[in-house]
Design a protein around this ligand. Structure first.
Ligand code: MYA
Ligand code: FAD
Length: 671
């Protein structure tokens, strides 16, 4: 954070900080994943943010589309040099996935870097899908930025259904090349970030044909532009997909091939190979290992959702401490809007959800690393559970984060609608995460497949994997008695999930018994399957969040333990109240217990209130990263709004030329 002098700080914010009764730094360490991680992040920020401070002469939003793109490329090059020459020295290759790097990127780009997919997907796919020899060839070039890559999987006609992709890669043994082709309009690659004008290489996911047989989709590394002239190669047609809701500096592109040839070695061959004579050899022990990059990105998106929500919560809570409005008690001063329980209801769940997603995200990351370690030993048994876990957590975290960021904007009233608050841009960026890397509904249905199978295993008394172990109690018809203790609430959320999964399985069984095909029975059950999957995911987040809070605060000061537990309890109670219908159906909760729960919720809001600003300070965002007139550390909201307004190009002259061209002639009847 940029603290400035105490004298500059808004007096209400100053008082809030004095009220805070826990050690902010201890909470920062928990959120970052440990003291060492915080120190490393701060080191990275110190190096990168000095440069970022002077990177934009004109506010990004005042530039036209083309200028914004050029400016984003300029900044991406400056930033890449910092990463390459300074930041990677701090942490080594590990820095690529470090929170410090993610945070400092936001100081450079209010929107998105056209290089984001280079580091976000191109490099990870080289690491995940190439043989060691291929990695030795491509990785240094990519890390040195000698080549810039994109990830082109989605086509105009298909995004979700990967097996339906139409681009073909046909092996020609005579020349030992693959021939890439886009046979239809709908086979045009569409959406890839960085592809339109920036990338000179691209990972292309295409249907592989060899010896006249199709072997399904496989990834290829494809040079698409000349490294010197940057002109597209003959046989390649590439461009920008047009203006989008957000991501307008991300350079999302389209790509078509006309019988375009690449060497055989450009097939990414870790999981499958095509030999010189065209023989296809499967290496991987699991059918879906070519989907590995998507699983990796889904895992990282859970913490990405937490990060963006934490930014929005910081902006809205600080603003709510500064903003005063209305006069509920005659003759008394207008209260800070943060004192209204309805405002606390809008905002404290945002802080709690940012914690829940961050701690669940860290736990998921460790699970991912453990599965990778198993797979290196040839054991893919835990992959289905990881796919089910990462699918639903990606879906629910991105959806919750987008909805709550919009809630933060509502909580800031009219000023939240200003671009300079940064809430609109944050929302347009995050709402895309609900769609990309697997649409919300589609991913929940993937988890549902796993859950229905797990239910069948539970019913037949088989041992269940850890994340679905709770199904055993439901299958054994054990009644869950409601209790508002933390463990009691988690058990009840699990009972809701189990009840919904059981009802889906029951419905599918009923339909198939009466002659409906399994596919149709599944489709007819999908509305409930999505709801069951979401309930499972919510129960899992509640359990992981509480477990992590207990574990991580075991050696903390008492006040930190208290405030972290208050937030986690608030999260559980909030979701119990949001899902009362489900609890009434699947647990023993009754009306008096619901009333008690509502009171508990209101008490928690009051308990958290004095620590609200301290809690968002603990996210430790420097002003250069927040980019917000409403959320800066010093709370000089009105001064900053005025300063930004004066930067508008419409304030450069007191009279616009349009007055003389149109308004005056209109008034004079001469138009
Ligand atoms: C610096 C800033 C950083 C910011 C963040 C990073 C930036 C990133 C920015 C990103 C920008 C955006 C970038 C982008 O957007 S890149 C494009 C992303 N695209 C997608 O995500 C497409 C989504 N679609 C799919 O993933 C598949 O088509 C699905 C999964 C829907 C179906 O597929 P398919 O039709 O082939 O399969 P099936 O349904 O017949 O199921 C058959 C079986 O396969 C199992 N199965 C399926 N999948 C997996 C899996 N993965 N691991 C293990 N197993 C898997 C499945 O459970 C089932 O098992 P069973 O039930 O039969 O036992
Ligand atoms: C900002 C942004 C950046 C992107 N970047 C990239 C990139 O770099 N590279 C890349 O390859 N792609 C990229 N994408 C594409 C993205 O991955 C796809 O848009 C996403 O996977 C969804 O696929 P779709 O667009 O085909 O949606 P569709 O699948 O057509 O979805 C439309 C609707 O149909 C529903 N639906 C579809 N199938 C089913 C089903 N089986 N059952 C029930 N409902 C279903 C969905 O729930 C949704 O409501 C990007 C997209 C965006 C928005």
């Amino acid at each position: 954070m940029t603290k400035g002098t105490q004298a500059d700080v808004n007096p209400d914010l100053k008082k809030e900080r004095l009220k805070c009764n826990f050690n902010i730094q201890e909470v920062t360490f928990i959120i970052d994943g440990g003291k060492d991680k915080t120190l490393q992040r701060k080191k990275i920020e110190d190096v990168a943010l000095n440069i970022a401070a002077s990177i934009d002469e004109v506010p990004e939003e005042c530039l036209n589309l083309k200028e914004r793109y050029d400016n984003a490329v300029r900044k991406s090059c400056v930033y890449s040099n910092i990463v390459k020459n300074e930041l990677l020295e701090i942490t080594g290759l590990e820095a690529l996935g470090s929170p410090g790097l993610r945070r400092t990127a936001d100081a450079f780009f209010k929107d998105v870097s056209p290089f984001m997919l280079h580091l976000g997907m191109f490099v990870p796919t080289i690491i995940g899908q190439c043989t060691p020899e291929q990695q030795a060839h491509w990785l240094p070039k990519a890390l040195e930025m000698q080549i810039i890559g994109a990830y082109a999987q989605t086509e105009l006609g298909h995004g979700t259904f990967i097996r339906g992709l139409e681009t073909t890669a046909t092996y020609d043994p005579a020349t030992e090349e693959f021939v890439l082709h886009s046979p239809t309009l709908t086979s045009t690659k569409w959406w890839a970030g960085g592809l339109g004008n920036t990338a000179n290489h691209c990972i292309v996911v295409a249907q592989l044909y060899t010896k006249g047989q199709c072997h399904g989709t496989h990834p290829f590394i494809v040079p698409i532009r000349d490294l010197d002239t940057h002109e597209p190669f003959p046989g390649v047609k590439v461009g920008d997909v047009g203006i989008r809701m957000g991501f307008n500096t991300a350079d999302n592109g389209f790509l078509r091939f006309n019988q375009y040839r690449i060497p055989r070695e450009n097939m990414m061959m870790k999981n499958a190979k095509v030999m010189k004579d065209g023989t296809y050899v499967k290496v991987a022990r699991h059918e879906k290992l070519t989907y590995g990059t998507m699983v990796f990105v889904r895992v990282t998106l859970v913490m990405e959702a937490a990060f963006n929500l934490a930014k929005a919560a910081t902006i809205a809570v600080r603003y709510s401490a500064v903003r005063r409005q209305s006069q509920p008690k005659p003759g008394e001063p207008e209260p800070q809007i943060l004192d209204y329980p309805t405002q606390q209801h809008k905002l404290f769940i945002c802080i709690a959800t940012a914690h829940a997603l961050q701690l669940t995200g860290l736990w998921l990351w460790r699970t991912f690393e453990a599965v990778l370690a198993d797979m290196r030993k040839g054991d893919t048994d835990s992959l289905p559970e990881l796919h089910a876990l990462s699918s639903c957590l990606k879906a629910v975290s991105t959806s919750d984060s987008a909805a709550l960021i919009e809630q933060c904007r509502f909580a800031c009233g009219g000023h939240g609608y200003m671009l300079s608050s940064n809430l609109p841009l944050l929302y347009s960026f995050v709402t895309a995460t609900r769609t990309y890397e697997g649409d919300y509904t589609v991913l929940l249905l993937q988890t549902a497949r796993f859950l229905v199978k797990a239910w069948e295993q539970a019913e037949s008394g088989k041992v269940l994997t850890p994340t679905v172990a709770y199904l055993a109690c439901a299958a054994a018809k054990e009644k869950v008695v409601w209790s508002d203790s933390v463990d009691g609430m988690i058990r009840s959320f699990q009972a809701v999930a189990a009840g919904k999964i059981a009802a889906c399985a029951e419905n599918i069984k009923r339909l198939t018994k009466t002659g409906t095909s399994l596919e149709d029975a599944w489709q007819l059950s999908t509305v409930r399957l999505v709801a069951a999957s979401e309930a499972h995911c919510r129960a899992m987040i509640c359990q992981a969040y509480w477990h992590e809070v207990t574990r991580l605060t075991a050696s903390c000061s008492a006040s930190v333990k208290i405030v972290m537990e208050q937030l986690a309890t608030l999260y559980l109670v909030y979701w119990a109240l949001e899902t009362t219908g489900d609890l009434l159906r699947y647990s023993t909760i009754c009306e008096s217990e619901l009333n008690k729960l509502q009171l508990k919720y209101e008490e928690l809001l009051a308990l958290i209130r004095p620590n609200a600003v301290g809690l968002v300070d603990a996210f430790d965002f420097r002003d250069e990263i927040l980019h917000s007139t409403l959320g800066a550390y010093d709370g000089r909201v009105y001064e900053r709004l005025m300063e930004e307004a004066l930067k508008s190009p419409l304030n450069e002259t007191s009279v616009q030329s349009s007055f003389h061209k149109y308004i005056r002639p209109l008034a004079k009847g001469k138009l």
